[in-house]
Design a protein around this ligand. Structure first.
Ligand SMILES: Cc1cc2nc3c(=O)[nH]c(=O)nc-3n(C[C@H](O)[C@H](O)[C@H](O)COP(=O)(O)OP(=O)(O)OC[C@H]3O[C@@H](n4cnc5c(N)ncnc54)[C@H](O)[C@@H]3O)c2cc1C
Length: 294
C-alpha cells in the first residue's frame, strides 16, 4: 500500500516527468503528481503530507521555476480541476480559483470591461503563482487589485486572509507556507474598447522587448537589485549570448536565461552561478535569483 492508494488514478500519478509542466521544459519526475478535484480532496492530501512528513510542493504553470534533472521527492500538487479553477464575477468583484490561468483571466476581464488586471498582459502563470510571486512589472503588480486571498494551511484548514496580511512587496509576499486556493480581486468597470487598446499597448511592449513568450525560460531569472536593472548589469558584464552547454543568456533581454529544448537543468544552474560571479566581478553587485529552484 502506498501513501495515496485511496485517491483515484486520474487524481494521483506516480513518477511523472515535470519538464513538460514547466516553461523551461526541463527537469526530472515528481514521486507523486496530485491534481485534486475539490478543496476537500486538496485538504485530504495536504493533511496526509503534513501528518506523514511528506514534502509538498505546489506547481502553477511552472513559469518561474527550474526543476532539477533529478526531479522532486514527495508530492507535487497542481490545482487544475473543480472548485480550484472556479471563476465568479459579481459587479466589480472577481472571485478566482488559485489554479486559474492568468492569461485567460486577463483576457476575460478585458472583454468584460473590468480594468486592473490588464497590467499583467503577457505574464504566464496561475493566479496562485501570481499571488506568491506578486507578479507584475513596469505597469503594476497583481497585489494592487487584490482584496483578499483564500488559503489552505499545512493542516488542511481554510481561511480568508485580507490583502494587508501578505505585506506584498517587489516579487514577494508573506504566504507563510499557505497554499493559495482563491483570490478576490476588485476591478474597475470601464469601456471595453479603450481597455482593449491599453491591453494591446502593454502586450506589445512585452512582445517588443523580450524573447518570444513560448520559448523555454522562466522570465527574468534575477531580481533587480535596488536602484539597478539586473539586465543592464548582465549586459555590461558582456554576457548577452553567453552559453554554457544547453543554457544561454538571451541576446534580446540579458535577464532571460534560456535553454535549448531537450537541455539540462544543471546547465541552467551553472549559467546562473557564472552570471552571478561575472556580474559581481564587473560591478561589485551580487545578483539574487528570482526563479524558484526545486
Ligand atoms: C516568458 C515569461 C515572461 C515573464 N514575465 C514576467 C513579468 O513580466 N513579471 C513577473 O512578475 N513575472 C514574469 N514571469 C514569471 C512568471 O510568469 C510569474 O512569476 C508567474 O506569476 C508564475 O506563476 P506560475 O503559476 O507559473 O508559478 P510557478 O512557476 O509554477 O511557481 C512559482 C512559485 O509559486 C508557488 N506557487 C504556485 N502556485 C501556488 C499556489 N497556488 N499556492 C502557493 N504557492 C504557489 C510555487 O510553489 C513556486 O514557489 C515571466 C515568465 C515567463 C516564462
Amino acid at each position: 500500500m502506498n501513501l495515496f492508494d485511496d485517491l483515484p488514478e486520474n487524481v494521483c500519478r506516480r513518477n511523472v516527468p515535470l519538464g513538460p509542466l514547466t516553461w523551461f521544459q526541463l527537469g526530472g519526475p515528481a514521486d507523486y503528481l496530485i491534481e485534486p478535484q475539490s478543496e476537500a480532496q486538496l485538504a485530504f492530501v495536504v493533511k496526509r503530507c503534513h501528518d506523514s512528513g511528506t514534502p509538498l510542493h505546489v506547481l502553477g504553470l511552472g513559469a518561474n521555476l527550474l526543476v532539477s534533472d533529478e526531479g522532486v521527492r514527495g508530492v507535487v500538487l497542481r490545482l487544475t480541476q473543480g472548485d480550484l479553477i472556479n471563476t465568479v464575477f459579481e459587479g466589480e468583484h472577481a472571485l478566482i480559483g488559485g489554479g486559474c490561468d492568468m492569461t485567460r483571466l486577463v483576457l476575460t476581464c478585458v472583454k468584460r470591461g473590468l480594468a486592473g488586471l490588464e497590467q499583467l498582459a503577457g505574464i504566464p502563470g496561475t493566479v496562485g503563482g501570481g499571488i506568491t510571486m506578486n507578479c507584475g512589472g513596469k505597469y503594476g503588480d497583481i497585489s494592487s487589485v487584490v482584496v483578499s486571498v483564500r488559503v489552505m494551511g499545512p493542516d488542511g484548514t481554510i481561511r480568508t486572509r485580507p490583502r494587508e496580511d501578505f505585506r506584498f512587496s517587489y516579487r514577494h509576499c508573506e504566504l507563510n507556507s499557505d497554499i493559495v486556493i482563491g483570490t478576490a480581486f476588485r476591478l474597475q468597470p470601464t469601456d471595453p474598447a479603450s481597455l482593449h487598446r491599453r491591453f494591446r499597448e502593454i502586450w506589445d511592449y512585452k512582445f517588443n522587448t523580450q524573447p518570444p513568450l513560448g520559448a523555454p525560460s522562466a522570465g527574468c531569472i534575477f531580481r533587480n537589485p535596488v536602484g539597478h536593472s539586473a539586465g543592464q548589469l548582465i549586459d555590461r558584464a558582456g554576457l548577452k549570448g553567453f552559453r554554457l552547454g544547453s543554457a544561454f543568456v538571451s541576446e534580446r533581454h540579458a535577464n532571460f536565461a534560456m535553454a535549448d529544448r531537450g537541455g539540462k537543468a544543471a546547465d541552467v544552474r551553472k549559467l546562473i552561478d557564472a552570471i552571478i560571479d561575472r556580474v559581481e566581478q564587473n560591478s561589485g553587485i551580487r545578483l539574487e535569483p528570482e526563479v524558484k529552484i526545486w
